[in-house]
Design a protein around this ligand. Sequence first.
Ligand SMILES: [Fe+2]
Length: 316
Amino acid sequence: MKKLFYESYSFLKDVIMFPSNYHKVPASTIFNKLPYQNLRILIDIYLTKKFQKKIINGLSSEKKLLFENARDEGIILNLNFFSNDEIEKLKIICNSLVDDYKHHNLTIDNGGLGKDSESSSKYYYLPNYKNKLTDKVSELYDFLYSNKDLILQLKFLSGLDLKKDKISIHISKVKGKLLSDEWHSDCFSHTAKSFLYLHNVEKNNSPFCFLKKSHANKNLKILNEKENSSNILNANKDKSKSGNQIWNKLEESNFKKEIFERSEPIECSYPKGTLITCDTSGFHKKGYSDGTEERFMIGFVSNRGTMFEKFKSAFF
Ligand SMILES: [Fe+2]
């Protein structure tokens, strides 16, 4: 009886949530058997490519090359996105926001660090751009968006014509010994994140790591997502986990070897002022930290949107 209830509930949820990119995997047994996820992947690839083509057509020939490369590799590396002087100014603004985060309506969490950890990890999320903002928060928003390429790169890799209120920004400060994350993909659909380094990030200070091209292999993505979806279905029979608790980990995949062979790892140890934008449907992880230096940066997360929003972005 309980089983039947779960199946009916999951079936309905899958039907309603089909267009949403926040619904990571089908929850019902029936849609795990049908090509539910395959169809969503194919629609997402089609719409994202259409939108990317539209953006590329409007670019200068020099920029065209950069974005064509980004489309193929899934990552854009911008050294000196902000100058040293600008980074120093940004650090002052960020520190004053963090010092008085309640006054500026920033919300805080520990970035998923375990309670017993001896390391310190703080993520401060800015209030949404549409909210009433304090002058300091507005100053930070204006500073970050003064370079139009930031939003353009996020739009391009996510396949969505994002407005500023559809991008979540956080300031993160992490210090202490940390193991490397596991290689994982955030979502079956193309989606984007950016990281702006406010300190130099060395090899031993949790550099962002990415498997270039792992976002773009259609056949492998379909096989891997199908496998991931059935793993989650089996491990999550009581439906207690959803959304961000569900990860597609490369270690658990039978296609691990092929995915590694057809991609190229990059470890982003770069100086302050570097901006990295990437498609986190590709496999990525946070590197190991030996705890000597604090990692101080600003992160940008695009809204994942729905198929309808991607359709609108691609065709209108
Ligand atoms: Fe991730």
